[in-house]
Design a protein around this ligand. Structure first.
Ligand code: HEC
Length: 105
């Protein structure tokens, strides 16, 4: 009986802990909107370096996925991927600049 209660508790705790991550408002807080993305070439280049190093720990460079989607569609992806790659705020600005420059227009 104790085990069942413990299992239920763990399941509930996991559900609560995981829910807020997917909310759209967290995307807005983390990933810059199209209008505020840097178009500075040095920032874009720095973003490219992150894209081909820190973003390739789990998969190859996602150039095709980026080129086939609009920046708006990619923002939620970037929000979760930036967390996965543990990027700093500055790195997020840089990688966003690179993705914006290469996303479908
Ligand atoms: C901890 C592992 C991990 C890291 C680090 C990571 N990703 Fe991903 N990424 C995934 C997984 C898992 C998927 C889904 C499976 C796939 O498409 O390979 C994915 C998918 C994607 C996709 C395709 C989404 C789609 O809709 O087709 C893009 C684009 C992407 N990642 C970009 C990035 C970028 C940019 C970074 C760096 C900021 C990054 N990823 C870092 C694990 C990771």
């Amino acid at each position: 009986m104790k085990k069942i209660i413990l299992c239920a508790y763990i399941t509930l705790a996991a559900a609560v802990a995981c829910t807020p991550k997917a909310s759209p408002s967290s995307t807005d807080a983390v990933i810059p909107e199209a209008a505020s993305v840097s178009s500075d070439q040095a920032t874009i280049d720095a973003g490219h370096t992150i894209f081909t190093t820190k973003c390739t720990k789990c998969h190859g460079a996602k150039d095709k996925a980026v080129a086939s989607k609009s920046y708006e569609d990619l923002r939620p992806v970037l929000a979760s991927m930036s967390k996965k790659a543990k990027l700093s705020k500055e790195e997020i600005q840089q990688v966003s600049a690179y993705v914006y420059a290469n996303a479908k227009k």
